[in-house]
Design a binder for this molecule. Structure first.
Ligand code: ZN
Length: 176
């Protein structure tokens, strides 16, 4: 596992959010294994499909990626509240990967199994004010401090790569 992003892939992109998406998704695809069964690499879905970001061909688990520049915090900004709740309460609710990076290098990468991803950890934000471009839109925050310690399974922690066997055992102990 190499913790550096492949910066060559950022060429040709102008928007920072697009660059982040390309670099983080590529990093997971190239470097991560499926925490459930160990399969490498994780197949990514076609772009723009309304489904998860990664899919394991072996065990069929789905993973959605959230990433953030900087330190791992307990509150993570996310998109629309309603669609998030719909997604995590559906029959095809995914597992979540969280990735934090600094200077184009991964410092934390963890998986939160889907059974820990409940509506209780999704915090509704205030609707945008009437002067905003998207007035009335309601976003959400993800509060991972509400996920029990055994539901936060690190694959990389503070720039240290955790042994795959340990990741697998911890995941199995959650009745994945
Ligand atoms: Zn798998």
């Amino acid at each position: 596992m190499n913790l550096n992003f492949n910066l060559d892939l950022a060429e040709g992109y102008k928007s920072n959010s697009q660059i982040t998406r390309v670099l983080t998704e590529n990093w997971v695809k190239v470097n991560s294994y499926c925490p459930n069964c160990g399969q490498l690499p994780l197949n990514d879905f076609e772009n723009n499909m309304p489904v998860a970001d990664f899919y394991c061909l072996e065990c069929k688990e789905e993973f959605e990626l959230k990433s953030k520049n900087g330190k791992l915090s307990t509150i993570i900004n996310d998109g629309a509240y309603e669609s998030m709740i719909k997604r995590i309460t559906s029959d095809t609710n995914p597992n979540f990967f969280f990735l934090t990076y600094d200077n184009n290098k991964v410092n934390n990468f963890l998986v939160i199994p889907k059974q820990f991803f409940t509506p209780e950890i999704i915090i509704k934000r205030k609707p945008l004010s009437i002067t905003a471009k998207r007035a009335g839109w309601v976003g959400c925050n993800i509060d991972i401090s509400k996920v029990p310690e055994n539901g936060r399974i690190f694959i990389v922690e503070n720039s240290r790569i955790i042994e795959q066997e340990k990741v697998h055992l911890k995941l199995k102990s959650t009745d994945f």
